[in-house]
Design a protein. Sequence first.
Length: 471
Amino acid sequence: MKEGYVVSHFWPDNNYCGFDVYLWSSFSKQEILKKTLLLAVGSKSSSSFRIVTSGMFGMETWKDDFGERGPRRTLLCNSPENTVHESGTNSDTMQIIVEEEMKALEESATVLVVCGLKSSLSCSALETLEKMDNVEQVIDVWSCPDVNEFAKDSSMQLYVCERNLLELLNKRLVNNKKLDAIIFDSTSSYSMGQILVRVFTNLKTRFDLLAKDPKILAISYNVKDEWRSILVNRFRTDIFEIDPVFKVDVLFKGTDSNIYVQSVVTDEKNIAVKNLRHVLTAIEKRSGVHANVEEILGGGPIYEEEFTPTRVYTSDDYDQTSQFDQWSSQLPLGYQAILQLEVQGATKNHLNVNKVKVALEQTLSLVSSIKHNSSTAQVKEISNIGDGCLLIALWSGCRVIVIWDGRKRVGINLTTNEENFEYTSKFQEAFINQIPSLKAVLCDEHPRGYGKVVNFLKDIEDEEYPEPVWA
């Protein structure tokens, strides 16, 4: 009970057993528990689904759980913006990557390089480009030293930096010159990336400053900075948008270091793939590193206002055998509702174990009926788990498990052998009436049964539609 609970539902006449696995800590054990339970009952066929619901405060494993759950931050708020991880990296590999990536550019190319702070770090991409014969002009842009996105006047700081950048580009791009490539050096900052995207999102600026088929490149050492991948991807989604455009993430793995490269090209598909293979092969051959393509994304289709399809497909054009077999095999045996309630606003009447338990006892009495005689149910309290408690009540054909997380949330897991949506609504209403500060924020209702059941019995036994209506 320190990590969660497991509830079993058994229908002997159908030779079927269902489990609820509820974890409020040690989430990594979910798959192990699933395999162990299936092995214990000797099941060779199973299906499962997962719902994210409220947990429990005061658990000893919260630090480990915190590191294993949810999405990862792409940019840490408490780390310096211009932190660079270059220890143990191979500068020769970095130089080779830039050289091979830029070889595809036409002669007399113009390249914009976004570097870090001019006063603190060297810009290796800039140093490499200045030695390349096919690059006629290199425009170096250094990160604005005064930009702090967490400051109150951050928007003004970004605006000033953006205006200075535009002034610099207009000054140095003369004689109808345009940018054939943009490289974000490993030292470039997040704020400068934001500014570049904002600049080129403007249609006029894009037309005036970017060449017809520019290349966007971002490089980072050892640690994969997710924000760089997201930044480069915005050129695909917000600037170039429609095909042909491709965004590629590549990891170059060396013996003592890794180099991550994200790029966007606007070549036709066959040309883009051919050039990518050629570039990666050349880098591997020259440097000895191994190139691993992690992701390739394309652009959106070209909009055709007067589009006329050559053929209109209907559901009859597709093989629906497996779908119909699933529809026919499923057998709902029960009904389950997962309710999440939260205290709304500032209130002095805080929740506690006794208040939640009394609310459950009163609710069971109020909603009792001939079909659901819940007034006879005994509420069992388990309160030695974290800061909250677990309450269990069983009666004929039904059960309810209530979890209070120790703060402002109450989770209700209600299961009945018969589908009764009205009973769930009455249960929820009665419980909230006992604690008026609570409000229902989520209600997940689903059937329980076998045959990969996804439909309620009322849907399957619908006399008007005895067979499914395919979309």
